[in-house]
Design a protein around this ligand. Structure first.
Ligand code: LLP
Length: 418
């Protein structure tokens, strides 16, 4: 469900004409719908009503501070994976007591920053990280709230690059080795053992793997209890998928129902870290066709957005539907929609049926709200694009397009070249 629809022959975001935004902001740009973001957040959060929980939005999926502020105003927290994301979340006004910090490679400096901020919980992923956290906490004389990310060795049945809960993945501590780590941690002076966490992957389209990993984690929590280690928080990570094409992922209600059924009487506060399911279909990338050409083999549509703006098709072979902004473009053609980057891997659609557009036409690359802007780069020295938030009949620029000066900010000529 989303709020990008045709009205009077043109694609709108809520009640805003996308062509008007393009004229005023320029292209390409990311465009989010406020109503969609809010509804998706609420649908997910309400699905867990009745059990103590915090919906900690996965900042990596879409990190604009306006969007983080929106979720925090709806009661959400944040799942962060770097000092930079901590900085953003705090700037956006997220309550530190609703921030959880995941990731395999937190630096000492990042640990210290998060301790100073007083976050809810560190999801620790190795024994060495535990030692680093103990040292950092001792230095500033505080106690670090900890949950260990356990790796349950469950196949999430998704793209290999975004599977995280298999034994061969770099994430977490193998569930069979974790008890000893908890025992060690519970004796550490500046560590408070608070929870267990796990995240098995992203874009999951079935509940089975979630339930299987929860079952393993629950057994593990029982083993902890037998060893007199009681935890108050259970972090189930994120990972619920969305429809890009024909996938039929479970609705958050079905996901929550399956989790609740498996939880039984486990007396913990649940932490959930959804990203994609909330923002994925709440954002699009709007781009303009520059040129078209047909060579012997096929037709190309060259647009002004490239793999630096949306990396998912190139990186994962991901599918993103492409819609014309002008509804009258009803014709279809099999083509490659490619960007201006000097790489053959630079495409937004490859040999797909796409609207038969002309130079100057606008197209919307759908389902680009998650891991779209946040994975964009300056490759080929291209300024990162603007981000726009539509709400009812108005729109708001929530990130300015970068300028050429932004692109060389921080670069310097050494004296010998001056
Ligand atoms: N929690 C942790 C610890 C994670 O690693 C992730 C995503 C999430 C939560 C949020 O997962 P979600 O609900 O969004 O599935 N760039 C890839 C996705 C990478 C996901 C990384 N971790 C893509 O574009 O598909």
């Amino acid at each position: 469900m989303h709020h990008f629809h045709y009205h009077n022959g043109r694609l709108h975001a809520e009640s805003v004409d996308i062509e008007t935004i393009a004229r005023e902001v320029g292209t390409p740009f990311y465009l989010y719908s406020h109503a969609t973001l809010s509804q998706h957040f609420k649908a997910f959060d309400h699905a867990f009503a009745g059990i103590p929980h915090i919906t900690c939005f996965a900042v990596k999926s879409c990190s604009n501070i306006a969007i983080l502020r929106l979720f925090s105003s709806l009661g959400g927290g944040a799942d962060i994976v770097s000092g930079g994301e901590l900085f953003r979340a705090l700037k956006a006004g997220v309550d530190p007591k609703k921030i959880v910090y995941s990731g395999v490679g937190k630096t000492e400096e990042e640990l210290r920053q998060a301790l100073h901020a007083g976050i809810l919980m560190f999801n620790v992923e190795s024994e060495q990280e535990l030692d680093a956290l103990q040292n950092a906490a001792a230095d500033i004389d505080v106690t670090a709230p900890v949950s260990f990310r356990v790796n349950p060795d469950v196949d999430p049945k998704t793209h290999a690059y975004i599977s995280t809960g298999l034994a061969k993945n770099k994430f977490g501590i193998a569930i069979d080795q974790a008890l000893a780590v908890y025992q060690r941690a519970s004796k550490m002076k500046n560590i408070e053992v608070k929870g267990v966490s796990c995240h098995i992957g992203s874009q999951l389209t079935q509940v089975g793997p979630f339930v299987e990993s929860l079952r393993k984690v629950k057994n593990f929590i029982a083993r902890l209890a037998e060893n007199n280690i009681r935890i108050s928080h259970l972090d189930l990570g994120g990972g619920l998928g969305i429809t890009y094409d024909r996938e039929e992922p479970p609705h958050p209600d079905a996901y929550a129902a399956a989790i609740k059924a498996e939880l039984g009487d486990l007396n913990c506060t649940l932490i959930l870290e959804p990203g994609r399911v909330i923002v994925g279909n709440a954002g699009i990338l709007v781009s303009r066709i520059l040129y078209t050409k047909t060579n012997i083999a096929k037709k190309f549509m060259i647009v002004d957005a490239g793999m630096n703006d949306l990396a998912r098709p190139s990186l994962y072979g991901a599918y993103h539907a492409i819609m014309p902004v002008n509804e009258q473009r009803t014709g279809k053609v099999v083509a490659d929609v490619v960007g201006p980057i000097c790489e053959t891997g630079d495409f937004l659609a490859k040999e797909k049926e796409v609207p038969d557009c002309e130079p100057g036409d606008l197209v919307a690359v759908m389902s680009a709200g998650a891991y779209g802007f946040t994975m964009s780069s300056n490759y080929n020295t291209r300024p990162r694009v603007a981000e726009v938030l539509a709400k009812d009949d108005s729109y708001h620029l929530i990130r300015h397009r970068e300028t050429y000066s932004d692109l060389i900010r921080g670069e310097e000529l050494p004296d010998f070249l001056k």
